[in-house]
Design a protein around this ligand. Structure first.
Ligand code: PMP
Length: 357
């Protein structure tokens, strides 16, 4: 830390992103919930020399091309959508716009690790609501909080999902507060809250192109809400970084949003690979939470989460382990290609053989 850093940031513990190794040539990378598939062929075609040669010009601050494409695909008005530089930026703007001393944030003890970091950088005191013993969310715990509520649905890193009726209940019991539903993983089997947007003016749905649309590197996320709330979020964006989405990402997003066929193909493949992996790992004694995402959260009675993580790492398979006491026995494994998952199973067999109790 330099002697110049503002005192208000001196205690902040930044978010630790999953490792992004330089060379992934021999590595099976199952640690950051990316898609194993390339972007839509239409994205690759559209990012041509002619578009690259326009990089001397600023991008469209209204990101109209990608907003219109999403509007068509999702069936909501363009005025109900705002794009972010990843959904992380949407989350940041939401904390900034809708949290303060009178409206502190609240979220689960086990959820996306960036929520506490945003709370801390914006000088907030979040209320942390423990998940139940079985890692599910108890909807009643979120009733009448008078706080800004953040819920990842499906949740990460558990992979468990909350029903639409529970979300409706939470919205109903917090009519004067914003409820953000983070649907980063919803396309892999969760129930979206999008149909509730026009019924509840306190709802923000936060989505990303990083998982089911194979564009983690393009950094594209978006918020869907009513026009007034979107205008509030735009106020944050236009006071911070009006050109938050670069020219190439706007094009990539437009093409990815419109290519429903490729989207369905990839999502179906990942769900199939997930179900097969779960069934194979369960046969080997793993306990796995019921995942509705592109990752699974698994533990085995014979080996600690940390040791399993390290043993896989030695075999060039990278997964994610979290040190938090409640979940330290688990590892989070991103669902990759069929071939990658076959290799994971072979590696698990070898590790379990060496660690048999
Ligand atoms: N929400 C959740 C629950 C996540 O796991 C992630 C991915 N790390 C994000 C939001 C942010 O994703 P991105 O910024 O790539 O859209």
């Amino acid at each position: 830390m330099s002697r110049f850093l503002s005192a208000r940031y001196s205690d902040i513990e930044p978010y630790t992103p999953g490792e992004q190794p330089k060379s992934t040539a021999q590595l099976i990378k199952l640690n950051t919930n990316e898609s194993p598939f390339p972007p839509s062929p239409n994205v690759i075609k559209a990012l041509n020399e002619s578009e690259i040669s326009k990089l001397n010009l600023y991008s469209d601050p209204d990101t109209k091309d990608v907003v219109d494409a999403l509007s068509k695909t999702l069936g909501v008005s363009p005025s109900q959508i705002m794009m972010g530089n990843g959904s992380d930026e949407i989350l940041a703007f939401t904390f900034q716009a809708f949290c303060d001393r009178e409206h502190q944030p609240c979220f689960a003890d086990i959820t996306y690790g960036f929520y506490p970091v945003f709370a801390s950088i914006f000088g907030l005191q979040p209320e942390i609501i423990p998940l139940r013993e079985d890692f599910t969310i108890c909807a009643e715990d979120y009733f009448n909080k008078n706080k800004t509520i953040f819920i990842a649905n499906p949740n990460a890193p558990t992979g468990l999902s909350l029903s639409l009726s529970d979300i409706k209940n939470i919205l109903q019991h917090n009519k004067d507060n914003i409820v953000l539903i983070d649907e980063a993983y919803v396309d892999f089997g969760g129930e979206t809250a999008l149909p509730l947007i026009n019924k509840y003016d306190n709802l923000i749905v936060c989505r990303t192109f990083s998982k089911s649309r194979n564009l983690a590197g393009a950094r594209l996320g978006f918020a869907v809400s009513n026009e007034q709330v979107i205008n509030d979020l735009c106020k944050m964006k236009f006071s911070f970084n009006p050109y938050n989405i670069n020219r190439l990402s706007i094009i990539a997003g437009r093409e990815a949003a419109l290519d429903t066929e490729y989207f369905n193909f990839c999502v179906e493949k990942i769900i199939k690979a997930r179900e097969k992996t779960v069934s194979e790992l369960k046969k080997r004694g793993f306990f796995i939470l019921d995942s509705k995402t592109n990752f699974i959260f698994a533990r085995h009675p014979d080996i600690s989460g940390e040791n399993f993580y390290n043993a896989l790492r030695e075999k060039n398979i990278l997964v994610r382990h979290f040190g938090n006491e409640r979940i330290k026995d688990f590892v989070r494994i991103t669902i990759g290609s069929d071939e990658q998952m076959d290799k994971l199973i072979i590696a698990a067999d070898e590790i379990l053989k060496e660690n048999k109790k």
